[in-house]
Design a protein around this ligand. Structure first.
Ligand SMILES: CC1=C(CCC(=O)O)c2cc3nc(cc4[nH]c(cc5[nH]c(cc1n2)c(C)c5CCC(=O)O)c(CCC(=O)O)c4C)C(CCC(=O)O)=C3C
Ligand SMILES: [Fe+2]
Length: 323
């Protein structure tokens, strides 16, 4: 038992109006070597939704759903946008919080989904403030699996057919980052495969399924995980498809744009019936899972050697010019 006197939901953050979009994106990609053209393209995706990412409302809803079950006060802070984790942790300190469980809104291993949250925790921790204890990866937790299985079942029902191919999707990452994920490497992909397998089992399905990638970023010369969901849909031989965004715990811009807009269009062009399963969001089993994670023995933090920050083009250039 962790003995926490608060719960901190630590997330990514997203813009909440047209004027927020560029400053938010600049926070996200600082020092990351993401080309300017890619940034402007992603800015357009946000502007198409009035400059508002769905992620913040999703997090507010999750916090509200957690309040009655957490048993302790629930706080929320982000890496890239207001409310910033820094400000939330100072408020927790002023409220006298000693030791908080941290629920990072990302289920899997890897730099972006795990290590970067440890970095956030180190950065936002303050003298006299709470000790921040990050909960474990939860992609294999029965609560997450049940939520995703339920939502997949509902998508199959909306489609009105059982013969649809399940296509699980997750955020693509650079191949190098995938290789260094977890103590022995390859853990991001391995955990995602395991989650997909568990969802299939929960549905009692023996049919083949796919795991594909979406939302590639970064400079074009850097290899990222493939195939991309749109390429996959353009070639897939199946009577119908349910997209299952197993790599995202709630509706992010990557889900509502890259899947509901781009991938949907590819499917429509081929006359391929398609539904997208809802993300875990505030499914009761997922909400319960957070409380159950707090009741587990205190998680062993990931070793510092796993999921290292990738060597970015900018950092490499600086190093080479020094040598
Ligand atoms: C694995 C992974 C997750 C899943 C785990 C999780 O769920 O946390 C995730 C989540 C998210 N990524 C998000 C947004 C962005 N990610 C970017 C860029 C990048 N993502 C990466 C990886 C991941 N990202 C990587 C390797 C990059 C390249 C730059 C770098 O090496 O860091 C960029 C820059 C522009 C672009 O190129 O897309 C943006 C705007 C949002 C908010 C969405 C919203 O507003 O709803 C969320 C939740
Ligand atoms: Fe991202």
């Amino acid at each position: 038992m962790g003995n926490y006197d608060a719960l901190l939901v630590l997330s990514f953050g997203g813009p909440e109006g047209p004027g927020d979009v560029m400053p938010f994106l600049e926070n996200v990609v600082r020092g990351r070597g993401v080309p300017r053209e890619r940034l402007l393209e992603v800015a357009e995706h946000y502007q198409g939704f009035g400059g508002i990412s769905p992620i913040n409302q999703q997090n507010r809803d999750l916090v509200e759903a957690l309040r009655p079950v957490a048993g302790v006060p629930v706080y929320w802070g982000n890496r890239n946008w207001r409310p910033f984790g820094e400000d939330t942790v100072r408020r927790m300190r002023d409220d006298g919080v000693r030791r908080a469980a941290v629920f990072a809104t990302s289920a899997f291993a890897g730099y972006s989904g795990c290590r970067q949250y440890y970095e956030d925790i180190a950065r936002i921790s303050v003298e006299g403030g709470p000790e921040l204890v990050k909960m474990r990866h939860f992609g294999d937790h029965p609560g997450f699996v049940e939520a995703m299985a339920d939502h997949t079942r509902q998508a199959l029902a909306r489609l009105g057919r059982d013969d649809a191919r399940l296509v699980f999707t997750a955020h693509s990452i650079p191949v190098g980052m995938a290789r260094s994920a977890g103590p022995e490497g390859g853990l991001y992909e391995a955990q995602l495969r395991r989650s997909a397998e568990l969802v299939n089992e929960a549905l009692g399905r023996g049919e083949p399924w796919d795991l594909v990638w979406q939302s590639r970023s970064g400079p074009p010369q850097v290899p990222w995980l493939e195939p991309d969901v749109c390429d996959h849909l353009s070639k897939l031989d199946a009577p119908a498809v349910v997209l299952v965004p197993i790599g995202f715990v709630s509706d992010h811009m990557e889900v509502v744009y890259d899947l509901d807009t781009e991938a949907r269009q590819v499917a429509a062009e081929r006359g391929l019936p398609m539904e997208r399963a809802a993300t875990a969001g505030t499914h009761p089993a997922f909400v319960r899972m957070v409380r159950e994670l707090m009741d587990e023995p205190e998680p062993v933090p990931c070793p510092l050697t796993c999921c290292p920050a990738p060597v970015r083009p900018a950092a490499r250039q600086a190093r080479e010019s020094q040598a």
